[in-house]
Design a protein around this ligand. Structure first.
Ligand SMILES: Cc1cc2nc3c(=O)[nH]c(=O)nc-3n(C[C@H](O)[C@H](O)[C@H](O)COP(=O)(O)OP(=O)(O)OC[C@H]3O[C@@H](n4cnc5c(N)ncnc54)[C@H](O)[C@@H]3O)c2cc1C
Length: 297
């Protein structure tokens, strides 16, 4: 399909981009990697009169630790996240997530910020960012504001971003020692969106008890879901097999997926349970490895 006609804008600076979005209002859409927006245009699910391409704005393509956060700039592609040694060694949950998104061709263009800004509960990064307790920086005409990821997804394909705001940075809190995370996804075939998927990030105390935990679920309802009851069940407790199983059951129970070609409602809820157990087991294993390293030093 051929997209409907639109005017194309390629601002060279952030203020120019924000100014354009303010002037063009609801008629305009930000274009980043185009891996979700262009298919939507081609299917005529979106028909914006203007596209504001942020891809030529310098200085938005960084992955760095600063001020207690891993900072991911708006133009970081999935392929760059995948290739980052810092991400692979210290944020394995992000590496797990990046490598199961679409295929290498898509990952060479798709941005992590676009994955969140699209507001699609089937996308993989939202659940991971919920588990990590991330926040995003929105830049608009009045400057910058930060939005906690838990407040970011407001509905199906809707986010807390105003039409004249650009998501310029993702901030992931640096994990303390004895932390580990994992993202586990069930897909019909490589490159597909999730039938179900679960993200878990865990920090253990000196006695092996859970002192911090985040669990996020993909494609589990109209918005990316944080499994709060499952988290509460683990907090302060040593994560035995029974506790993990019960937390996973609570996570599955919290879901409200829709039936589609990927499966029936009850099947998806069971898969959310099974995948949450696996994500927790791997996250805890990684946290324990971290703990052993911390004790050696
Ligand atoms: C074949 C295929 C398979 C896919 N499989 C998966 C998958 O398995 N898992 C998965 O998670 N995703 C998948 N996707 C979706 C895609 O990878 C993501 O949605 C993508 O990362 C979006 O980023 P982008 O930079 O391409 O955004 P774009 O397509 O350019 O934009 C998407 C939306 O976000 C807005 N937007 C983008 N960047 C910003 C910003 N910085 N500030 C404000 N608004 C912004 C745009 O206005 C638009 O509404 C797939 C896509 C394709 C084509």
């Amino acid at each position: 399909m051929i997209p409907p006609p639109f005017d194309y804008h390629a601002p060279k600076t952030l203020p120019e981009a924000v100014g354009l979005l303010g002037r063009l209002g609801d008629e305009a859409k930000v274009l980043s990697g185009g891996q979700s927006l262009l298919p939507m245009l081609k299917l005529r699910l979106a028909q914006p009169a203007h596209l504001v391409d942020i891809g030529r704005i310098p200085g938005l393509d960084y992955i760095k630790e600063e001020g207690g956060f891993l900072k991911i700039g708006a133009l970081v592609r999935e392929s760059a996240l995948e290739a980052s040694e810092l991400v692979r060694s210290k944020y394995p949950i992000l590496a797990d997530t990046g490598r199961v998104i679409a295929d290498p061709l898509v990952r060479n263009l798709a941005t992590v910020a676009g994955n969140l800004a699209h507001g699609d509960p089937a996308n993989d990064h939202p659940a991971t960012m919920l588990a990590l307790g991330a926040e995003v920086v929105a830049t608009g005409p009045k400057g910058q504001r930060t939005i906690a990821i838990a407040q970011f997804f407001t509905g199906l394909f809707s986010t807390a971003l105003a039409p004249d705001e650009i998501l310029t940075e993702i901030r992931v809190p640096e994990p303390p020692a004895r932390s580990g995370g994992s993202y586990v996804k069930l897909e019909r075939k490589v490159g597909d969106f999730a039938t179900a998927a679960s993200a878990a990030q865990v920090t253990l105390g000196a006695g092996g008890e859970v002192v911090k935990v985040g669990i996020g679920l993909t494609n589990a309802g109209p918005v990316p879901l944080r499994a709060a009851a499952a988290e509460a069940h683990l907090m302060g407790q040593v994560p035995t097999a029974e506790r993990i199983a019960e937390a996973a059951r609570l996570a599955g129970e919290a879901t409200s997926p829709g039936a589609d070609r990927r499966g029936a409602v009850e099947y998806k809820r069971q898969m959310a349970r099974v995948l949450t157990a696996r994500a927790l087991q791997r996250a805890i294993h990684r946290a324990q490895e971290n703990r052993a390293q911390a004790q050696e030093h």
